[in-house]
Design a protein around this ligand. Structure first.
Ligand SMILES: [Zn+2]
Length: 661
């Protein structure tokens, strides 16, 4: 293992000279991807026991890494293993374009946890030929079964997740959550009569299983010890057991115990018990998320992708966020929602900014910047939820880019200056408001089902857009200044609105190809929020489309009116969720969120060419290295940084390949 010692934290007596050297965020760049590093502020201040807890939890996360690969596509592990073996043992000419294309392809699938693009869900096209891969395999004496080989190059299983309307989403999605012959109708039939948990406490049906047809009958193959993915889950359990022994308090011990029990039994009621224990376990400096959690990769929204994140509290930012949380009821009471959709008491909204110490599965290398869990609505309502912003990840993103792009797409110097001065804080506060206040706000009408039943494929984008709107509405509010969160609420609000509109109507388009629709839930919501506000404010020129020297800009003329429009749309999106109005959700998303203005898109891509920066970023994880004494006991844990992306990926393959077949 080749590692760089991270030398910013002063360690006395260290042999390596400590310099005030700037941390190198950028590790690698290929295709549309940037690989970054992140630091773990606060790690050195932890006690040995706390460091051990962090270490065991990160190991637990990594132990399940291959589950995500198999969930994403049935041939992923076979393909990855063959290509990694080639990568490790090929001794021929590595200066050719073919070899370089092979390396890029391997890095791309490492990044996506499979052969489909992590964001667009399209199958990644290799830039080498079938003959070349055959040659590499022959040279290295490695076999790859025929179907897995062919699928790298052919047109089958082209889309990992297909959420388009009017087609069989299950049959047309390559994701490995459903057996080969399962259709949309099968899934709907199965879950119409499936056990859904006790009255008023619905379990997350289907969360931890693959649905297949066996002897003509639909059955769930549960992911648990002794079940599907059992060999990897046993490793996760082994590390969780160790973590449990060094937990910071009784609640942590109890929740880790429940998580272990859940992995052993596969019981979704135990999962709920765990989620309650975990959500209410708010003491302690260390936290984690681990399990089958986000359901974005399932076209039907049932099955959770495996992930693990380990976090250390960010004490400074936490203080600020606690203020928002404390005033959650004020925000609910003063929001533009219809009275019937407001919560009388917003319960248990906790929010912390944390620093990530390790990620795995669904959250690595591509990572979220904020997380809000648990997902179960009744648990959130009755027991509260935890919401965190991943501070060091956001910092790494912010520090790696320059200001060139801002200058290209911003309308005027005031916009640039405001962004430079307030942009960072605006982003942080938007994430905080979105998570703390946004996801916690509003209630579903009595008798109306869960959004995944009522809003179906539009559930995620409506929820994300709604939470974004709560944030937008309050980003332009003197209350933030009154609470001591900003020094000039109006300037911060302007920077926030400029940034949101610039991104929602223009710059986010650099992430997709000309001619494609927008499909990713968050991108879709940013566009429907922005495009709706643009259209509704058109008569008053609230947002003005300006063309200067052949370049288009969206300039906000009236921030107060824009705030009002955001408020109206917030009210409407909450109504859609509260009433389960599928038709309105569909009209909003399809009407404003999915289709792209082709002329603008072409222009944006052209203007963006000068900034060769890749549109997607992800991270290598710092490596936690235990130091042991002669008795084999851990006496300290040091943080190292991986030298490059491929070393970390090969290292993971070597140490965490727990699924065999
Ligand atoms: Zn969200």
């Amino acid at each position: 293992m080749t590692l760089l010692l991270w030398s910013c934290n002063e360690k006395k007596g260290d042999k390596i000279p400590v310099e005030e050297k700037e941390f190198e965020y950028l590790v690698d760049q290929f295709a549309d991807i940037k690989i970054l590093r992140y630091q773990i502020p606060g790690f050195e201040e932890l006690t040995l026991k706390e460091k051990k807890l962090v270490y065991y939890l990160t190991q637990a996360g990594l132990a399940g890494r291959d589950i995500m690969w198999d969930q994403n596509y049935r041939h992923n592990l076979k393909i990855r293993k063959a290509l990694e073996n080639v990568y490790a043992s090929f001794s021929g000419d590595k200066t050719t374009d073919d070899w370089k294309a092979f390396e890029v392809y391997l890095k791309r699938i490492w990044f996506s946890n499979g052969i489909h693009h992590h964001y667009s869900n399209d199958k990644i096209k290799p830039l080498f030929s079938t003959e070349y891969l055959k040659y590499l395999l022959a040279e290295t004496d490695i076999t790859l079964e025929d179907e897995a080989f062919k699928v790298i190059f052919n047109d089958e299983d082209n889309k990992k997740v297909n959420k388009k309307k009017g087609v069989d989403n299950v049959a047309l999605s390559a994701v490995n959550f459903y057996g080969p012959t399962i259709t949309d109708a099968d899934v709907e039939t199965f879950y119409k009569t499936a056990y859904k948990g006790p009255e008023g406490r619905p379990i997350e049906v289907g969360l931890n299983s693959t649905l297949i047809r066996e002897n003509g009958k639909l059955v769930e193959k549960v992911w648990k010890s002794g079940g599907l993915y059992g060999s990897a889950i046993d490793q996760v359990i082994m590390w969780l057991e160790k973590a449990k022994e060094v937990a910071e308090n009784e609640k942590q011990t109890k929740s880790l115990g429940l998580l272990i029990e859940y992995y052993k039994t596969g019981s979704l009621e135990t999962w709920d018990e765990y989620c309650i224990e975990w959500a209410t376990s708010t003491e302690g400096n260390i936290d984690w998320m681990n399990g089958f959690i986000e359901v974005y990769n399932d076209p039907k929204g049932y099955r959770g992708s495996y992930e693990g994140i380990v976090e250390i509290k960010d004490f400074d930012m936490s203080k600020k966020m606690a203020v928002l949380s404390e005033y959650a009821q004020w925000f609910e009471d003063n929001s533009p929602l219809m009275d019937a959709h407001k919560k009388d008491s917003v319960i248990g909204v906790t929010y912390k900014t944390v620093n990530v110490a390790g990620e795995a599965g669904d959250s690595s290398p591509s990572t979220p910047i904020g997380v809000n869990l648990p997902n179960s609505n009744w648990i959130r309502q009755q027991h509260g939820s935890k919401s965190v912003s991943l501070g060091n990840i956001i910092d790494a993103y912010n520090n790696v880019g320059g200001t060139g792009k801002l200058k290209e797409f911003a309308h005027d110097t005031e916009e640039i200056e405001l962004e430079e001065k307030y942009g960072k804080l605006a982003d942080k506060l938007h994430t905080a408001l979105h998570e703390v206040i946004g996801h916690a706000s509003g209630k579903i009408n009595k008798g109306v089902g869960e959004p995944k039943e009522t809003l179906k494929n539009y559930r995620s984008t409506i929820e994300e857009g709604r939470a974004d709107l709560v944030g937008l509405y309050y980003l332009m509010d003197p209350k933030l200044q009154e609470l001591g969160l900003v020094d000039d609420w109006e300037k911060l609000g302007k920077a926030a609105y400029d940034g949101y509109i610039r991104n929602g109507l223009m710059t986010q388009l650099v992430r997709i190809n000309l001619g494609d629709d927008i499909e990713e839930d968050h991108m879709v919501n940013r566009q429907w929020v922005s495009a709706w506000a643009f259209e509704k404010g058109k008569a008053d020129q609230v947002i003005e489309k300006v063309v200067k020297d052949g370049k288009t800009y969206y300039n906000i003329n009236d921030y107060a009116k824009l705030r009002d429009l955001f408020g109206q749309l917030l009210r409407e999106s909450q109504r859609i969720k509260s009433e389960g109005d599928f038709k309105a959700a569909q009209d909003l998303v399809e009407g404003y969120g999915v289709k792209v203005d082709q002329a603008i898109h072409a222009e944006v891509l052209k203007r963006n060419e000068q900034f060769k920066s890749a549109p997607y970023s992800g991270f290598v994880n710092p490596v936690l290295m235990p130091e042991t004494n002669d008795a084999g006991e851990i006496i300290d844990i040091k943080i190292m940084q991986p030298e490059n992306f491929e070393i970390q990926m090969m290292d993971y393959a070597k140490n965490y390949s727990f699924l065999t077949d």
